[in-house]
Design a binder for this molecule. Structure first.
Ligand SMILES: *Cc1c(COP(=O)(O)O)cnc(C)c1O
Length: 370
């Protein structure tokens, strides 16, 4: 089986992990946390970085840190991971879904203004799969309507929008270090911001809202979202290699583009737009209607032939849990609905060899035809 994702852990990971064990620093106290936070803040050109247990909790903290009033609306793409909507709902806010752009799979910027009401307070933007969202018009809308911007850059380490790092655009932005991300800590996440107040608030939320005056007396409820020194040790080792990883991902994406071009029934990912080249976090393809089966069937056939795949996200406005809560009943997102049913991704992990890519592409060509 050609795995859909395998991380690369052959740099200083072992050495740094050994340091943790030899020194006994294995909890969230420990020198690698600060090193990872500082290294990451420098990477995305932000004043503060706050390491947390995973990307989903980073979203929870980022949304909560903004302190929006209960019932306020937050615009998000329908085509994203549930963590985005969950963070909004858990903060007592109302998620409002906007459809995807068919070419980039990101939020369709031309539909955002129509979704703004007198109750809208924020936009949660998510850079999906390879290309950043078109940030200039989004930031312009946010300025004109006085909206906060939460930026989910979980899939965009090392990617830039018009030369400026992804993760540097939100009032508060987040990353994930799950093993399929460009760099991994096993589980892990990061909140980044330039705001001293949002950083302080995020740190409080991360650590149970302890107050300095009297430990174990609490004015507010926080979470334990702390990252361990062990995870941060992995993060520091991975961060050292990010430029190399990004090169590698782009080379893999370009090779797939070359090997899969001209397939009549398949839409390949958009390689570049005027503001960025794809980073190919995952190599996602979408089946055209000209072929008589959907993504589920294609994935079954590919699995049978030894090629690992994963389905695309399932739209937020079609999530049973959110619909039951009464959210997004009015949403119309035909592009999200289509790509969720006709899209999936093929082996994209950093540890793939060129031979595995060639083999995967050969099988995709063979299996996906009428
Ligand atoms: C992976 C991912 C997350 C969640 O991160 P976890 O660390 O898995 O909790 C959030 N948003 C996006 C866009 C992601 O791809």
């Amino acid at each position: 089986m050609i795995p859909v994702n395998d991380p690369l852990l052959d740099g200083n990971e072992k050495k740094y992990l050994n340091e943790c064990i030899e020194t006994g620093w294995i909890s969230s106290e420990g020198p690698f946390i600060k090193r990872f936070e500082e290294g990451f803040a420098a990477l995305v050109q932000r004043k503060h970085a706050i390491a947390v247990a995973n990307g989903s909790m980073a979203l929870d903290a980022a949304v909560a840190a903004l302190g929006l009033e209960a019932g306020a609306e937050v615009i998000l793409p329908s085509f994203t991971i549930i963590s985005c909507a969950a963070a909004i709902v858990r903060a007592g806010l109302v998620p409002v879904a906007v459809d995807a752009d068919a070419a980039t799979l990101n939020i369709d910027v031309s539909l955002i203004e129509a979704a703004i009401t007198s109750r809208t307070r924020a936009i949660l933007v998510v850079h999906i799969y390879g290309l950043p969202c078109d940030m200039d018009p989004i930031l312009d809308i946010a300025r004109r309507y006085d909206l906060k911007v939460i930026e989910d850059a979980a899939e965009m380490h090392g990617q830039a929008y018009r030369g400026k790092p992804c993760g540097s655009f939100g009032d508060i932005s987040i990353f994930s270090f799950y093993p399929n991300k460009h760099i991994t800590t096993g589980e892990g996440g990061m909140i980044v911001t330039d705001s001293d107040a949002l950083a302080a608030r995020s740190r409080d939320l991360r650590n149970l809202c302890f107050i300095p005056a009297r430990r174990f007396v609490h004015e507010e409820l926080g979470y334990n979202m702390r990252m361990t020194n062990l995870q941060a040790a992995l993060g520091v080792a991975q961060l050292e290699r990010l430029p190399e990883f990004i090169e590698r991902k782009r080379a893999m994406g370009r090779l797939y583009n070359e090997l899969l071009q001209g397939m009549p029934d398949v839409e390949l990912p958009t390689a570049r737009v005027d503001y960025a080249e794809s980073i190919y976090w995952v190599y996602g393809i979408v089946l055209k209607e000209s072929i008589g089966f959907d993504a589920e069937e294609a994935m079954r056939r590919l699995g049978g032939a030894g090629v690992g795949t994963r389905p695309f996200f399932w739209p937020m406005h079609e999530q049973p849990v959110l619909r039951r809560m009464g959210f997004m009943a009015q949403a119309r997102c035909p592009v999200s609905e289509r790509i969720a049913r006709r899209g999936f991704y093929i082996p994209s992990g950093l540890a793939l060899t060129e031979q595995q890519i060639r083999e995967a592409a050969r099988i995709v060509r063979e299996v996906i035809r009428k």
